[in-house]
Design a binder for this molecule. Structure first.
Ligand code: PAN
Ligand code: ZN
Length: 196
């Protein structure tokens, strides 16, 4: 197999846009109605069909690599908003080929939920500059619980593949709601912070 070519791109931290870059994911509410619990709120919001999130990759002279051993880097912007009491979030997925991933916050405020097949859940807040390692085998979803676009960078195995089936079937074991005192996990999750 021919060697992949080096890629160079500039990131706009506030928007996630890459230069040169291209949109690789666009999800509106109509693409993910089953994600939200409040069916009446979904039905009411479907008229406007809000843009929930987009993802970008850089555009090089060659294709995005897919070979094992190569890496892909991608930015995601989740727009601010709620459907009922749930914040705008990504669909969430598993990697087809078990492989880890590094997330880094660039702008805004969000949270990530990670879940093993056993049902064990871990959550973490993501703020600009914070890195989260998602080990192999953990399904993952990110949520914008702030009032600004939540932007992050993800770096992962080019051969990882994205499997949305398990998340579609069993969802995640915890949901993040907009509560009177701010974002609230149900069931409650321990507050995660960086190691001291
Ligand atoms: C991310 C996600 C991105 C969009 O780059 O693919 O945030 O989320 P969904 O793939 O769940 O729609 C990542 O985790 N890549 O592996
Ligand atoms: Zn992933």
């Amino acid at each position: 197999m021919a060697a992949a070519s080096p890629l160079v791109a500039d990131l706009e931290w506030a928007t996630g846009l890459m230069h040169p870059g291209r949109v690789v994911v666009t999800r509106r509410l109509s693409d993910m109605v089953e994600t939200y619990e409040d069916e009446a709120a979904v039905a009411a919001a479907l008229g406007d069909d809000p843009l929930i999130y987009e993802a970008y990759e850089c555009e090089g002279e060659s294709e995005t690599p897919t070979a094992p051993g190569e890496l892909v880097f991608r930015t995601t912007v989740i727009y601010p908003g709620t459907i009922g009491d749930e914040y705008f979030m990504t669909y969430g997925h598993d990697h087809v080929r078990p492989s880890g991933e590094v997330y880094m916050g660039l702008a805004g405020h969000g949270q990530i939920i990670m879940q093993l097949q056993s049902g064990e859940v871990q959550t973490a807040e993501i703020v600009p500059g914070r890195c989260v390692y998602v080990p192999a085998g953990w399904s993952h979803r990110t949520i914008n619980d702030g009032g600004e676009p939540f932007v992050f960078l993800a770096v992962y195995d080019a051969a990882a593949g994205h499997d949305y089936g398990a998340v579609a079937t069993r969802g995640f074991a915890a949901r993040l709601y907009r509560g009177p005192a701010g974002p609230q996990w149900s069931p409650p999750q321990p507050t995660t912070s960086t190691a001291a």
